[in-house]
Design a binder for this molecule. Sequence first.
Ligand code: GDP
Ligand code: IMO
Ligand code: MG
Length: 422
Amino acid sequence: MKVDILLGLQWGDEGKGKVVDVLTPRYDVVARFQGGPNAGHTLEFEGQKYVLRSIPSGIFQGDKVNIIGNGVVLDPALFKAEAEALEASGHNLKERLHISKKAHLILPTHRILDAAYEAAKGDAKVGTTGKGIGPTYTDKISRNGVRVGDILHDFDKKYAAAKARHEQILKGLNYEYDLSELEKAWFEGIEYLKQFKFVDSEHEINGLLSDGKSVLCEGAQGTMLDIDFGSYPFVTSSNTICAGACTGLGIAPNKIGEVYGIFKAYCTRVGAGPFPTELFDKTGDQICTLGHEFGSVTGRKRRCGWIDLVALKYAIMVDGVTKLIMMKSDVLDSFETIKACVAYKVNGEEIDYFPFDIEGVEPVYVELPGWQTDMTKMQSEDEFPEEFNAYLSFLEEQLGVPVKIVSVGPDREQTIERYTEE
Ligand code: GDP
Ligand code: IMO
Ligand code: MG
């Protein structure tokens, strides 16, 4: 069997959680391969809303196995809070949530370091989620990390060594902090974590594939936040692209099947960094209000703008996207016209490729008629208004990949498959 991968193509928050939940019944296993509690994946069904951070979004559909892969960074305290809340609402996790022994642990001092590095950057700060993501991946790459599997061997010694090293760095940065509360919650998290199944997830997944089982990999963040291909340095610290699923789960590239690329009908970004199509006017505020564009985890206002097809094409290229999924179509319901960026102007010259640096590039737009129809009640593609179909055709023509799923509201049910010929 092959592995399918679902990835965000923009700057995150495209609606990955919702669609993973919708697609889960078609798979035997759902696995996260990178990122950590910087993610906030929202799911809505049966009048309930859930926000997942480290737990894969396949956890609500039947008894599917969900895996937290080696590429993920895990904060035991935040994991405990997230998992306990799910268990309190009647979802049993212990048997079917498996955690890779090779996943790296976010230590309390990683969170302090995240804050200290941001403070030291002053105006150049990234606007991180403050969850210790960067420092934890830094330790992983510099071969100083502490892993889930270490909890079972020599843990106190490894923890103490990492903490001492971090304290030394914080001293050098003259950063004041209080570790006591964070550390207490963290060790409670470690005890809680021990109740879960620690696995060699690369063996587990490859074994399942050999047995004919199907796997859906759930990306976090988005391609524009990828450490290599995103808008560096305003990015996260992991490979959010398709290849991240290979390294983050131990899946060989020739095992990859479909790559679902998910994007909003417009564009948003949280935190600092360039955003060519950002709107600073009434239209931007309207998109923000209509789309409830506030962070699922931090509550931060998301910056809003028109769809950027130059960036999307780039994302589709590096990810090898085979099927597109368009989210939040309903948010644009009331607009008379809708703009799409098809090129950038750089020093007066028009380019249609994603350059080394997107700081200061000017978007070149085409304007399309809006559909001015309530999309939230749509049941099938047959009901789509003409202008909406025209918008989809325009995107498909520009991007060269078919849009196979359209989302018209936050609920699981508000999801429409397109069966149109490619
Ligand atoms: P993720 O991080 O990619 O999983 O996305 P988030 O959960 O951070 O943000 C997506 C937000 O949009 C959530 O509040 C979802 O409930 C909501 N959402 C998802 N799909 C749709 C849609 O088609 N229409 C509307 N209006 N909201 C949606
Ligand atoms: P999901 O999975 C949107 C952004 C942060 C910041 C940058 C680096 O919900 O789509 P980090 O804490 O990772 O070091 O922050 O990345 N960021 C996200 N933006 N959605 C996310 O996740 C994000 N995770 C990180 O705002 O700009
Ligand atoms: Mg999110």
